[in-house]
Design a protein around this ligand. Structure first.
Ligand code: SF4
Length: 256
């Protein structure tokens, strides 16, 4: 495709241009990862500043060091709010007696999507100037998986369009490649979060249920205390984090 993030306005659906003109609030879901960062760079070029809001789902104990600071350093004056589940990931795991599976991704729905949608509803209520009109922007890309490739990039969210709200979901960088994402960050004069430079290819929970062997091994080297906690939890529950069903110590070759 070869376009950079600041010249992508031609690929923006007409429906989005209409929503910008109608004064909708654009909420940028920001994990501090490369895709969130590239999405924000793209959006700040086309959305008026007064219509932009960043939201970050906090993952206590399990997210990378410096995540909040990295977002703050790269969003300028854009307001940011936080969403947090009543349960932490470890509390969820202890309660269920197992780690979430990639098939149901309870961690994503309970720790991220649910709390984020709740905070957006609260924000809209507290800011009637947006008239309940909101576009929830997420950084999923088609290239990441066949499931993500099938996602509709722009649609009305009927479930949340009630009680005076008109809610759309938009995946602004759905068609971007990984190379284009890093290029967009580079062209903006920014750096991705430090964990990429340390060898990680993805960023959210330090130890993700869907992480590759290489990422789990890098994360274990970089976060030895947290790694020990995951290994101890696996051994006590008799259930592995990884969908390969191999214990972490076998995957990484690192004893806890
Ligand atoms: S990063 Fe992985 S483990 Fe963490 S919430 Fe998302 S899917 Fe679950």
């Amino acid at each position: 495709m070869g376009t950079d993030s600041n010249t992508r306005s031609d690929s923006v659906p007409q429906g989005i241009h209409d929503l910008i003109a109608r004064g909708a609030l654009f909420v940028v879901n920001h994990s501090s990862g490369k895709d969130s960062q590239a999405m924000f760079i793209m959006l700040r070029a086309i959305i008026p500043a007064r219509q932009l809001l960043v939201i970050h789902a906090v993952l206590p104990e399990v997210e990378w060091e410096g995540v909040t600071e990295h977002i703050e350093d790269t969003i300028g004056e854009t307001p940011m709010i936080f969403a947090q589940s009543v349960k932490t990931l470890f509390e969820m795991v202890e309660h269920r007696g197992m780690f979430p599976s990639p098939a149901n991704r309870q961690c994503t729905s309970d720790l991220k999507r649910g709390p984020i949608e709740r905070e957006i509803r609260r924000y809209l209520k507290a800011h009637p100037e947006f008239g309940g009109l909101v576009v929830n922007c997420m950084g999923m890309r088609a290239e990441e998986s066949t499931g993500r490739a099938k996602l509709e990039p722009f649609k009305l969210n009927a479930g949340n369009s009630k009680a005076g709200r008109e809610w759309y979901d938009w995946l602004p960088i759905h068609d971007m490649t990984e190379g284009e994402v890093f290029n967009a960050i580079h062209l903006a004069g920014e750096q991705p979060h430090w964990a990429y430079g340390a060898g990680m290819t993805r960023l959210s929970c330090c130890f993700c249920i869907m992480a590759s062997q290489a990422d789990l091994t890098t994360a274990a080297h970089l976060n030895p205390t947290l790694y020990r906690r995951y290994v101890e939890t696996e051994q006590r529950l008799g259930f592995t984090l990884s969908m390969s069903r191999k214990p972490l110590t076998e995957i990484t070759g690192i004893a806890a």
